[in-house]
Design a protein around this ligand. Structure first.
Ligand code: HEM
Length: 198
């Protein structure tokens, strides 16, 4: 067995996305989403755009065979309800969304979307200061049914158990990196829209 075979796929994905995650974390914080509801609303616009681009994947039949509760994990509706709570229009789609990815690439994106629910545990606590909660304005950051840790662990267990070819390993990694890039683009876009409106 080679060294790379001993490392779990999810651990590898964690490693290769460590840097993009740190950068995104810093970028989110640079926009101070918890200073005002207006800034938080821009953050929700980014979350909504990201989730909306993933709706098809979360409802994909082939992927749901692999992850049976996949459709229930989707947060596009929660993010859309948050926008309504925050009196913010649903934004139009942004060019460059993911299109017809392979199974492995799609799972790389879903890894990132599901992983972002872990950071959401910290974010929702800060949203409370803006008088937002998992039932108003910050629904998309809510703890999933069955718990955050359990939801994540079960997804990762499934992902790690899939037999992938070397090509698919490369695809899942590329998918995860692309997802971080895309969130970054959407975050910048969401805050730029605010500047245009102001
Ligand atoms: C679009 C994707 C993501 C976004 C926007 C995002 C955003 C964030 C932010 C802003 C924090 C800081 C929270 C705070 O300190 O108040 C955070 C923390 C965290 N995130 Fe993410 N994240 C994403 C994806 C992921 C992924 C893929 C994973 C796991 C594989 C992950 C795991 C964590 C964990 C464990 C924390 C807690 C603190 C830490 O260890 O740094 N996140 N995330």
């Amino acid at each position: 067995m080679t060294a790379s075979e001993k490392t779990l796929r999810s651990q590898r994905l964690n490693q290769i996305t460590h840097e993009p995650h740190s950068k995104l974390d810093a970028l989110v914080k640079a926009h101070a989403p918890f200073e005002t509801r207006a800034s938080f609303a821009r953050f929700v616009v980014a979350q909504y755009l990201f989730q909306a681009e993933l709706v098809e994947l979360y409802n994909d039949a082939e992927l749901t065979e692999i992850v049976p509760d996949l459709p229930a994990r989707c947060r596009a509706e929660a993010a859309s309800a948050d926008l309504a709570d925050l009196d913010t229009d649903v934004p139009p789609p942004v060019a460059g969304a993911l299109k017809n990815p392979s199974k492995a690439r799609a799972l790389g994106w879903i890894f990132v979307s599901e992983g972002s629910k872990l950071g959401a545990a910290f974010l929702i606590k800060r949203a409370v200061a803006l008088e937002l909660s998992e039932t108003f304005g910050a629904r998309h950051l809510a703890e999933p049914q069955g718990g955050r840790a359990e939801g994540w662990k079960s997804f990762v267990r499934t992902l790690d158990a899939l037999p992938f070819t070397a090509e698919e390993e490369a695809e899942v990694e590329q998918g995860a990196l692309d997802a971080f890039n895309r969130f970054t683009v959407l975050l910048e876009r969401a805050y730029a829209i605010e500047a245009e409106v102001a």
